[in-house]
Design a protein around this ligand. Structure first.
Ligand code: 13P
Length: 246
């Protein structure tokens, strides 16, 4: 039985003053029946660690350098994330693929760098609207994932995968539970064939998950939780989503 996981992706949002009550509200809502994490902007990692350390709530970053260390201005290494108690690092989010031109091999190298430091990569895959309409969804997500599987080798079973159709992110247009399940089943079969661990690996859905659609999505057999953007910034809404996974 896979334990569900709900991860808030704060993206480029937050302030120290505003984060504190959000983190406190989540801590006060414990216990949860699923694993709960937030992936916050780098400067806030210390505050989250201070607020939540020793508890059951988890945290992570939204990116991770592919490099261990060196002359890479602006990068943040996996070892630094581990220093702040990060359990997770999102890699390959479609916003980074789009706005920072991250390629599949770079995403795979970031996932590898994270795992090497004990930080679990949440590897995002997903098709654009044009690709879906052209019937290329399966081909696109399998290609994105296969590069990561190949690069991670025998460690591939340690990653978390997030299916985030680009057309559903921040648009209010969620994939239907059936649409999402169909892609998750494809990804799980690919993971099982490649790693032998597909049945125990967690595959999250992301894209306009809200309190009122979360339960139907999480009820699908291959949807093991969610990667939540906008709705993770509101305590009551995010808590309701976490409860829907329980
Ligand atoms: P929204 O939940 O705001 O659609 O964002 C999804 C997402 O990109 C999470 O990583």
């Amino acid at each position: 039985m896979r334990r569900k996981l709900v991860v808030g992706n704060w993206k480029l949002h937050g302030s120290r003053a505003g984060n504190a009550p959000l983190l406190a509200a989540l801590a006060a809502a414990r216990p949860f029946a699923c694993d709960v994490a937030v992936c916050v902007p780098f400067p806030y990692l210390g505050d989250v660690a201070a607020a939540w350390s020793g508890g059951e709530l988890l945290w992570g970053a939204q990116d991770c350098s592919a490099h261990e260390q060196g002359a890479y201005t602006g990068e943040v290494a996996a070892a630094m994330l581990a220093d702040f108690g990060c359990r997770f690092a999102i890699v390959g989010h479609s916003e980074r693929r789009q706005f920072h031109h991250e390629s599949d091999p770079l995403v795979a190298d970031k996932a590898k760098a994270a795992l090497a430091r004990g930080v679990t990569p949440i590897v995002c895959v997903g098709e654009s609207l044009a690709q879906r309409e052209a019937g290329q969804t399966e081909e696109v997500v399998k290609r994105q994932l296969s590069v990561v599987i190949h690069t991670l080798g025998h460690c591939a079973g340690e990653m978390v995968v997030a299916y985030e159709p680009v057309w559903a992110i921040g648009t209010g247009r969620t994939a239907s539970p059936e649409q999402a399940q169909a892609v998750h089943a494809v990804l799980r079969a690919q993971l099982q064939a490649a790693t032998g661990h597909g049945e125990r690996m967690r595959i999250l859905y992301g894209g306009s998950v809200k309190a009122d659609n979360a339960a139907a999505l999480f009820a699908q057999p291959d949807i093991d939780g969610g990667l939540i953007g906008g709705a993770s910034l509101k305590a009551a809404e995010f808590i309701a989503i976490c409860r829907a996974a329980g």
